[in-house]
Design a protein around this ligand. Structure first.
Ligand code: MG
Length: 247
């Protein structure tokens, strides 16, 4: 069931999203060669709790971190740990905040030092996939208009199919699903005023296929190619769409 949010609820979600956008801006400065993903996770935990929020991912389904930190061929759901970041890595930070019961969700992929042109191109294209998807997230369109826009912008890159965007706001994951690829089957609801959704293309430099590691969480590309992940939470209004996770 898709929950239509009231103005007061969207205001609460907006505050959560704005805190998250500030966090994402600041954590970028902490991503550098030599830091471990666990150190980044602890930084994120302190930031969120220090601003009156709760890390939405911590304990969700048993997830052990405050942040999902996925490096290079890791697509999503990377568990923070002892991995040391190296120059040339790309790091996907997926973060969520529960602020007074209102949920936000956002991801960005960042370079560590100087990265390859291939990595830069992948990050640029994934970011553009997100922008193209958001452009279609307008009142009266359907979910698959978003999917088609993301998919077509990805071009020759592999668009991950096993995971997708989602409704968000009063819970971390709500209906509807927001796939990044086009399928003929499945629901295709119309976007209505008061809907809040997270759009989150996960794009691989190689094939679209992914596997889950034995830790039960970390999703990696099957062919070992690089992967990038960009996500924003947006609210749909009759005459405009607000990107809540951009300041
Ligand atoms: Mg999400």
């Amino acid at each position: 069931m898709i929950v239509i949010k009231s103005e007061a609820e969207i205001d609460g979600i907006r505050k959560s999203c704005r805190l998250l956008a500030r966090l994402m801006g600041e954590v970028e400065g902490e991503i550098r060669e030599g830091v471990t993903t666990k150190q980044l996770d602890q930084w994120v935990y302190r930031y969120i709790t220090g601003h009156g929020g709760r890390p939405a991912f911590l304990g969700y389904g048993g997830f052990p971190g405050s942040a999902c930190i996925s490096v290079n061929d890791e697509v999503i759901h990377g568990i923070p740990g002892n991995r040391v970041l190296r120059a040339g890595d790309i790091v996907s930070m997926d973060l969520g905040i529960n602020l007074n019961g209102f949920f936000s969700d956002m991801a960005r992929t960042f370079p560590v030092g100087t990265v390859s042109n291939e990595a830069k191109r992948l990050m640029d294209v994934t970011s553009e996939c997100l922008d193209e998807g958001i452009r279609q997230a307008v009142c009266g369109n359907r979910i698959k208009d978003i999917s088609a826009a993301v998919f077509s912008r990805a071009g020759k890159y592999g668009v991950v199919r096993d995971y997708c965007g989602h409704g968000v706001g009063l819970k971390l994951h709500e209906d509807p699903e927001v796939p990044n690829y086009c399928s003929l089957s499945g629901k295709n609801p119309r976007l209505k005023s008061g809907m809040v959704i997270a759009i989150e293309p996960m794009i691989n430099a190689g094939g679209w296929e992914v596997d889950v590691l034995d830790d039960g969480w970390t999703v990696v590309t099957r062919d070992g190619s690089l992967s990038a992940h960009f996500e924003d939470t947006v609210a749909v209004f009759p005459d405009r769409t607000e990107i809540l996770t951009r300041l």
